[in-house]
Design a protein around this ligand. Sequence first.
Ligand code: MTE
Ligand code: MO
Length: 394
Amino acid sequence: MKVLDRGRSTAEGVFGRLHRRFASSLHDERVAARLGLALGLLFTTCAVTGAYSHVLQHPIGWLPIPTRPAGLYRITQGAHVTAGFASIPVLMAKLWVVSPKLIEWPVARDLRHVLERLALLLLVGGSVFLLFSGVVNLARWYPWNFYFPAAHYWVAWIAIGSLVMHIGATWATSSLALRRRSRLPAAELAHLDATRVDRRRFLGGVAAASGALVIGTVGGTLSWVSPLSFLAQRRPGNGPQGIPVNKTARQARVIDAAVDPAWRLSVTGAVVRELSLSRADLLAMTPRDAELPIACVEGWSASAHWSGVAVRDLLELAGAPPDATAIVHSIQTSGRYNRSELNRFETYDRDTLLATHLNGEELHLDHGYPLRLIAPNRPGVHQTKWIDRLEVVA
Ligand SMILES: Nc1nc2c(c(=O)[nH]1)N[C@H]1C(S)=C(S)[C@@H](COP(=O)(O)O)O[C@H]1N2
Ligand SMILES: [Mo]
């Protein structure tokens, strides 16, 4: 018993000392609630745009995503990455503000308390993992051997579940903390006034850090901010023909096959007649053109003028059924992005092109010469380059 008591009082002593070290007028429910609100908005933005990106990248058969507005994915994915970056200082501040709570003693009081703390642990761990993995993915540094999108996706569900539990558990205190001043008791009001400057400065600093990160990323999409965008991996305007490149023809090991005069586009599958078309055959077809963005999942994007043949025209020429879907195949044999599916909205849309030209010039090898897919409202990973086959699915 004595030993136990001593153990407990030592632990209490340690926790007590930690609490005193963390004593500050900023460990305040009002500050925590404000930061929580900001974090809630930023995380919701990430969750909604992330879910949208997921269904675009992993198409669900009965839920084909429309092709309009053509630039929607560009906005949602830019918002996803930007909101993620902006939430880093807010999360750090929130953790610091509530740190006395995180080191609370006793560690567990009752079952409800255990569940609350477990949810909190998952929420904190999940959020830190999501932000960290997102950032290092953008930096193309992979200190792990799992597939980033899958891990990011599943941890997001864990974080969402624990966030809902956390909001449920803290709703009463938070709404009380955000309550209007006029309804506060006099003693609390006096304390509030005495510490107002501290809180303002602190929250202002957090907002400024978030703002700097926003400016640091949005230049991956908005060219007029890009000189200031220290975090943007790619900038619109940089790269051959004014468009950034993620994977070059050399990295994809496609150069020889891409420049081979024997290259043909074959149209196969659920068609009346299979086709084999040379570049000259394609150039002799009705030219179609469209102004469309490349919008990478990494958040950067760039708009360009593309021309080539419409997938819809090719399907008509081959006698495919009007509601056919299709798969485009690249001559690239390795990698995850050597093929992609076109849903029925995409095969029907006249702006879904197999492009031969970019910004008025013959497509650069790194942009997919001799032929690449460019379609409205699609993630960059599905704008397949170096295409040699269009497989029609009825
Ligand atoms: N065959 C093939 N196509 C591909 C890729 C690839 O690795 N292989 N990368 C995709 C990605 S991630 C993006 S963002 C776009 C970029 O197109 P760009 O290099 O012309 O800008 O190409 C896509 N098409
Ligand atoms: Mo990409």
